[in-house]
Every structure is written in C-alpha cells, then in structure tokens.
Design a protein around this ligand. Structure first.
Ligand code: ADP
Ligand code: MG
Length: 396
C-alpha cells in the first residue's frame, strides 16, 4: 500500500489532492454534538496543507436519499474544520458540479475545498458499477492524486471510497493506516482473555458479526438493543424492547454452540416509553413488563461484566449498553466503559456512537488504547472480511 508519507516524499506542493475523509458527525440541528471524527481527520489534512497541497475533501453526512437535502449539508462541518485546521476551508455548494469546479480552481497552495455531501449524488452508493464509475470520474477530474482516509467507510464499495481509487494514484491516509494496524493486532494473536462487548442498535448487522467472532473470543458480553433478541431466544418476554424476530433462531443456535462464552444481562432498566422522562425501573431480566422497553443494562449486569473486563488481556467494545443519550439509561454504558478504562487490557472502542458515548459521559479518551472512528469497518475487519476500500489501495 502506498501511504501518505510516500506521497509527501514525492512532494505535493501545488498538486490537487483528493481526500476521502469521514466527517460523519452527529448533529443536533446544525450543532455538532461530537466532533471526534473531524478531529481525527485533521492530522492527514494538516500534513497535506502544510506541504502546500491544494486539498479537495469529499465526505458524507448522514443518510440523505441521493439528492441535496439541507438537513444533511456539510456546512456545520466546514465551519468546525476551518477552526481546527490551520488552513482556509471553503465549502462548495454541490458535489462535483460548477461550484465544486470553481472552488477547486480557486484554491491556493495549502488551502482546502470541501465538496458538499457526496451522498447528495445517488451514484455514490449505487449498486451499478457504471454509475459509480461516472461519479468517480467526476471526482477524479478535480484532482491529481487520491488519499483514502475515511476509515469509517472503507468497508463500503462506493464511488468516493472504492471506484475513485482506481482512477487516480491512490494512497492510504494516516488515519486509515493507524486503524488497520490496531485491528490487525486484534485479528492476529490478541492477548487473552479476549473479551468482546457488543451493544448498540444495529441488531441484525451485529448478530451476523457475532457468528464469526465467537470462535476467536473468550467472552462475549451482550448489551444494548441486541440483548433482547438473545433473551427472547432463551424464552424470556422482552416487552416492547428492540427485537429482531427473524434472528431468534440464529441466537438460539449461537447460545447452543457457544453459550458458555456468551453473557447476557441479569437485570435491565425498563421504561414505559422511549423518553428521558419516562417512568423507569430496574428489574430482573426475566421480569420485563408487557409493553415496556429495555433501555439499559442494570447494575448487577454492569458489575458482572466489570468483573470479566477486569481480568481481560484484550477488549474490543462496539455499541453502547443502553440509550446513553438519555441520562436515566446511561449508567450501564458508563459503568462498562469505566471498567474498560480501569482494566490493564489492550482496549479498542469501535463505533461512532460508542466513541461519542466515551466523550459524552466524560470518560478519559486516553483510558482506551485506541478509539476507532469506524464501527462497521472495524467489525467487518475483525470478522475477517476484505475491506474494499483497503483492498483497492493494496492493488493500486
Ligand atoms: P455504534 O455507532 O457504536 O456502532 P450503534 O449505531 O449500533 O452503535 O448503536 C448506537 C445506538 O444504540 C445509540 O444511539 C443508543 O441509544 C442505541 N441503543 C443502545 N441500547 C439500546 C436499547 N436497549 N434500545 C434502543 N436503542 C439502544
Ligand atoms: Mg452508530
């Protein structure tokens, strides 16, 4: 793989460098609630601008439906990037249209053009190779070389991640390199016991991951929305909690095969509605009330998980243990995160919301060995899947 350092050694002054960054930050209206991904993109961008490159950044935000939508504009991101980078950042008002062209044409050495949300163009995520290639060609026409630095999207075969890397000389950015290096450590020969903590809301995605992770791990601690599908597989009532009915059989099979490795909540915090001011109480896992939702793991569970984490040699954590955005349901995530901080294990946090939770709950970022910017990408890597956005760089 050619790297950012190789590119810098070649010299980039005056050259147009297209960077695929991951700037997909959580927003509350136009306010960025966690700027971690923007900050993670700064080292690579700063090296390029510092060396006099004309930097063209492409990125996505949220899931617009293939057309411009002001709700998903990168405008707030441009403002924040401008504050964090020691370089002028100008936002183009379109993806690869007239505004993009004139903004890039107007760049001086060491300046940055941020193209509007790449997912405003339906070709970005198209399954049709020719459509994606068309957008990739438009992107490529705006630059001389390509740097792939959006680790959070390298598992996606998308125009700005994959196809464009075939059209320009392509290099791995500093963030992608650092992430891949850490994950190789986990996928290789992790120090044992190797404990994986899984939670969050993308239940069906993550259940698929568990299958391939289970043989490699010593313990799997389950929380978040996915624990209810496991609990249902054990025959418990889960009320109105998140439930993936068609995955119950998969969970039954996993429990039958590897039940000794899988830990499920002993108690949960339930609420009568999905709201911060809902009526809430803590009950044993088998006592979830009809119509109520499980929104966090309970204190007994947090303590049991904490005991396992205290002895771990390696920890990978993806997915909050509860709806941490609401204070009454944040304690499980806080406790598990604190246990990881307190353990001497090599610890990796993967997942946008998990990383945001670490910061939102005030845990020290340096209490973890590595906080990954990519949830899906890191999970797929650990599953042993090839990441298209990395493979294309290796072939370049
Ligand atoms: P990550 O981004 O770290 O991979 P996910 O995107 O899968 O994590 O899930 C994060 C979301 O999961 C959070 O917004 C959180 O509120 C939600 N969540 C966690 N536990 C539950 C639960 N029991 N019920 C519903 N949502 C949950
Ligand atoms: Mg998420």
């Amino acid at each position: 793989m050619k790297t950012l350092d190789d590119l810098l050694a070649e010299g980039v002054s005056g050259r147009r460098v297209l960077v695929r960054a991951d700037l997909n930050v959580p927003l509350d209206g136009e306010t960025i609630t966690d700027d971690g991904r923007i900050r993670a993109s700064v080292p690579t961008l700063g090296k390029l601008t510092g060396a006099g490159a004309r930097v063209v950044v492409t990125a996505h935000l949220g899931r617009p439906k293939g057309a411009p939508d002001p709700k998903f504009s990168l405008a707030p991101v441009a403002v924040r990037l401008n504050e964090l980078l020691d370089a002028t950042v100008t936002l183009a008002s379109d993806v690869v249209g007239d505004s993009a062209k004139s903004t890039v044409d107007g760049l001086a050495d060491g300046e940055v053009a941020l193209l509007e949300n790449i997912r405003f163009d339906a070709r970005e995520t198209s399954k049709d190779e020719a459509e994606r290639a068309g957008l990739a060609a438009d992107l490529a026409s705006l630059a001389d070389v390509f740097v792939s630095d959006g680790f959070g999207v390298v598992h996606r075969k998308q125009a700005s991640v994959y196809d464009v890397a075939k059209l320009l000389p392509a290099y791995a950015g500093g963030l992608v390199l650092a992430e891949v290096e850490v994950l190789r450590k986990l996928a290789g020969d992790p120090e044992r016991p190797y404990v994986v903590v899984l939670g969050g809301s993308k239940v069906s995605d993550k259940l698929a991951v568990i299958e391939s992770l289970l043989p490699k791990v010593d313990r799997l601690l389950v929380g978040g929305g996915m624990c209810f599908t496991f609990m249902a597989a054990e025959g418990m009532g889960v009320g109105a909690s998140l439930l993936e009915g068609d995955m119950i059989d998969t969970c039954k099979k996993l429990l039958a095969e590897s039940g000794d490795k899988i830990m499920l909540p002993a108690d949960v915090v339930i609420a009568d509605e999905f709201a911060a001011d809902a009526d809430a109480e803590t009950v044993l896992a088998a006592e979830i009330r009809e119509g109520w939702l499980g929104l966090d793991i309970g204190p007994i569970t947090a303590e049991r998980y904490g005991a396992v984490l205290a002895d771990a040699g390696t920890v990978f954590w993806n997915g909050p243990m509860g709806v941490f955005e609401m204070a009454p349901f944040a304690e499980g995530t806080r406790a598990v995160a604190q246990s990881i901080v307190d353990s001497s294990a090599f610890s990796v946090v993967g997942g946008g919301d998990s990383a945001a939770a670490v910061r939102a709950l005030g845990l020290p970022e340096d209490g973890f060995s590595h906080i990954s910017t990519g949830g899906g990408a890191s999970l797929e890597f650990l599953e042993g899947k090839e990441l298209p956005g990395v493979a294309v760089l290796e072939a370049s």
